[in-house]
Design a protein around this ligand. Structure first.
Ligand code: KG4
Ligand code: ZN
Length: 325
């Protein structure tokens, strides 16, 4: 089954064709990052306008690269939330128009579920029960999956998401936008010599990243940061240590057979390295370009919806605050 996936939840306009939930025939991403960089963050009104400009060329390119026309597609999957309302509407309406015009089955996908299903595109089939650490710009969740489509939320961030913390830390250190990749690059040259606190929240699978951010702000204000690269390395080490330690503890407690990572922060080189070194069960991490926002992951999740008989009607609507579990 070939599924056309469409993703417009934030600042990437993306389309992809995926076969049988596992094989990428094409994946096109048009990023708005340079447009938003001058504002230091995503401006929702600007994002939705850019999606409008990009959506049709991006879909056409994905179909061309896959070597299929719309007549070669068996279903359409689109992100319906969580995300920016105006941005989500562009993708959902494009998907509905295509589904209506071609009488194709349509399914709305949760963006976080899509991030999880990027792992089915990484060449191996994840084994249930599994533990997924979702770390993106808006989420830091530990999710237990006993089977397809079954999500038990074990823990989540109580304040900032991991990606949000990376972005704020980069701003404090003057390393630019988007912050995650900037910290990742800077940390490679630095030494983790700046003492920063860790929040363990003992007895809970929740995370907290606001304390470390505040510590970094205080240090910067007191003139205590003499090297931005050392501070970046220290910040990254602290965040990665919290993510890895808590993920491994939850994996042991729930006796899972597999750990998988998902979301933009899963592209972080230090997180990938340390999780691989310490995971007590087999670990799967999608390649970095499938960790950040893309539509192949949406198509993959959509394939599993269709396999389970799930369909949406043309009344499909966006849900900006959509929850996973
Ligand atoms: O999943 P994603 O592309 O979009 C959301 O759904 O939020 O995640 C974006 C987040 C941003 O906060 C970005 O700074 C972070 O992922 N990120 C990284 C890296 N690449 C992207 N964080 C740390 N290291 C990276 N290499
Ligand atoms: Zn995302």
């Amino acid at each position: 089954m070939k599924v056309l996936g469409i993703e417009t939840s934030c600042d990437e306009t993306a389309a992809a064709v995926v076969e049988d939930g596992a094989r990428i025939l094409s994946s096109t991403v048009s990023s708005q990052v340079e447009i938003h960089a001058r504002y230091g963050g995503v401006v929702p009104e600007v994002a939705s306008r850019q999606h409008l400009l990009a959506i049709l060329p991006v879909i056409r390119q994905a179909l061309d690269l896959a070597g299929v026309g719309l007549e070669g597609v068996d279903g359409v999957a689109v992100t319906r939330g969580p995300g920016l309302a105006g941005s989500l509407l562009v993708g959902v309406n494009a998907a509905k128009a295509i589904a209506f015009a071609r009488a194709l089955p349509l399914t709305g996908v949760n963006h976080l579920e899509a991030h999880i299903y990027a792992n089915w595109l990484a060449g191996e089939t994840p084994a249930f029960p599994l533990l997924c650490l979702i770390v993106s710009g808006g989420h830091s969740d530990l999710v237990l999956m006993r089977d397809h489509g079954q999500y038990v939320l074990l823990g989540r961030t109580r304040d900032d998401a991991a990606g949000e913390a990376f972005d704020k830390a980069a701003r404090i250190l003057g390393l630019g936008y988007p912050g995650g990749p900037a910290i990742d690059r800077a940390a490679r040259q630095g030494r983790p010599s700046v003492p920063l606190p860790r929040a363990w929240l003992k007895g809970s699978d929740d995370f907290s990243f606001s304390g470390i951010k505040t510590a970094l702000v205080r240090l910067a204000q007191a003139g205590g940061i003499t090297s931005a690269i050392d501070a970046a390395a220290s910040f990254q080490e602290a965040v990665v240590e919290m993510l890895v330690t808590k993920t491994i503890a939850a994996a042991r407690a729930h006796r899972v057979r597999q750990i998988i990572l998902a979301g933009g922060v899963a592209a972080n080189s230090a997180l990938r390295r340390r999780m691989a070194a310490e995971a007590p069960v087999p670990l799967l991490i999608p390649p970095p370009d499938l960790c950040t926002d893309n539509a192949a992951m949406v198509a993959a999740a959509g394939c599993f919806h269709f396999a389970a008989g799930k369909r949406d009607g043309l009344d499909l609507d966006v849900v900006p605050g959509l929850k996973l579990a």
